[in-house]
Design a protein around this ligand. Structure first.
Ligand SMILES: [Zn+2]
Length: 276
């Protein structure tokens, strides 16, 4: 039987994508998580990392990872919740992080756009969690909004991170991208790359070698075009991959293979895939 060749926008069979950053525990997915996961599998998304933002969501992330072979978890306290990063809470996160399906520490960092927590509180929570992640030998997932220089400063002060890390939802320019790469970190490209006005991000994707890039949705937030403003879901990472391929003028499968290889290396995911 002849197989139809995959159309330009589809992934050839056997080629996977990995959504390295999604918040599957959030209410946006409560009513139809199974459908969302099914759609992801059909789009070629073989693995999803669901991200903790506080103790409760970190627990939910681990429990989702326990229930689904293709889901992995990270644990940590988001800068919005920095006030909650007390020593007892960090101890509990450290315990949780011992779970075999916890593959990263985060998301942690600095958010000067919203400042839900005072800056000094954010900085203290960031620094103590960077140290904890290093003790746990986990890669770090960094959230940085309008705080590029302070984020770099913290990372440089505590250098080095043998387990590596990623600047999630990368939002800087080319110069900042190069500084992040110098630290040995990956850049995670979000759906924002499909937005017409994301010129800095377009330039970053064009100029930075694929070996430094991974992909994410940050679902339920930041859905790519043509779903902008709607709920984001892991299957939509395909649209982000397509845009990266267009910007670099290379085949979609090359983007999928390279970014999946990078994600597997960073998060030490097992190499077999369950995609059939
Ligand atoms: Zn996030």
């Amino acid at each position: 039987m002849d197989q139809q060749p995959p159309s330009a926008g589809q992934l050839p069979p056997g080629i996977e994508l990995i959504d390295t950053h999604c918040h599957l525990d959030m209410e946006a997915y409560h009513h139809d998580l199974e459908t969302v996961l099914q759609a992801a599998a059909e789009a070629g998304v073989s693995r999803i990392i669901t991200i903790g933002i506080d103790l409760e969501s970190s627990r939910r992330a681990v429990s989702l990872a326990e229930q689904h072979p293709n889901i992995y978890a990270s644990v940590g306290i988001h800068p919005h919740d920095a006030q909650g990063a007390s020593a007892p809470v960090l101890n509990q996160l450290a315990q949780l992080a011992l779970h075999p399906k916890v593959v990263a520490y985060g998301e942690i960092g600095l958010d000067y756009a919203k400042k839900y927590a005072p800056v000094p509180v954010q900085q203290a929570a960031f620094a103590s969690q960077l140290r904890l992640a290093r003790q746990l030998e986990l890669p770090v997932i960094i959230h940085d909004r309008d705080a590029h220089q302070d984020t770099l400063h913290h990372l440089r002060q505590l250098s080095d991170f043998p387990a590596g890390g990623v600047m999630h939802c990368f939002s800087g320019d080319l110069d900042f991208a190069r500084q992040v790469i110098e630290l040995g970190f990956y850049l995670s490209i979000p759906g924002i790359v499909t937005f017409k006005n994301a010129r800095d991000l377009h330039e970053v994707v064009r100029e930075i070698d694929l070996r430094h890039l991974i992909l994410e949705t940050d679902g339920p937030f930041l859905a790519p075009v043509p779903f902008r403003g709607k709920r984001n879901t892991p299957d939509k990472v395909l649209h982000t991959a397509r845009m990266v391929a267009d910007l670099k003028q290379i085949p979609l499968s090359e983007v999928a293979q390279a970014t999946s290889r990078n994600a597997r290396a960073l998060f030490q995911l097992p190499t077999e895939t369950t995609r059939s």
